[in-house]
Design a protein around this ligand. Structure first.
Ligand SMILES: [Zn+2]
Ligand SMILES: [Zn+2]
Length: 145
């Protein structure tokens, strides 16, 4: 496949879990990068807030899935490493063509600054944010390009 774009350099973004058993490379630019303050994200990662970066599912290449586990609670499917327990990614029926990786799973998390806060009304009281980013009360898709 050959695409006529401004840059011909191949795009690839890599990620790996804490133990290295789960690795992936995405051959695409991300289509979203956001914080999420919802209870489901908070509980699944044990963190006050999570940041996720989404890539087209068909551009994601997994190095192995031997220890990649899935847990679905009806609203989202959480992917994590069954060996080290690291949160890896999430999948949503409402955005079935995108895999949302936990930004901390990526090898270069600085490359994916979030562009908004989703479910901002559920932010923890003591978590102060002064970044000026848009805040919405739902999930959204925001282009990062
Ligand atoms: Zn692992
Ligand atoms: Zn969430």
């Amino acid at each position: 496949m050959s695409l006529q774009t401004a840059s011909t350099a191949p795009v690839s973004h890599r990620g790996h879990c804490r133990c290295g058993a789960v690795v992936m490379v995405a051959h695409a630019v991300p289509n979203i990068s956001v914080y999420c303050h919802c209870d489901d994200c908070r509980r699944s990662c044990g963190a006050p807030v999570i940041a996720s970066v989404g890539f087209p599912k068909d551009a994601v290449e997994w190095g192995t899935d031997e220890t990649l586990m899935r847990y679905c609670n009806g609203t989202a499917t959480r992917l994590f490493c069954g060996k080290c327990g690291s949160p890896v990614a999430q999948e949503h029926d409402s955005a079935a063509d995108t895999t949302f990786f936990n930004t901390g799973f990526m090898d270069r998390p600085n490359d994916f600054p979030p562009t908004a806060h989703t479910f901002a009304g559920r932010r923890l009281d003591w978590l102060e944010l002064h970044d000026g980013l848009p805040r919405v009360e739902k999930t959204i898709l925001i282009k990062t390009e």
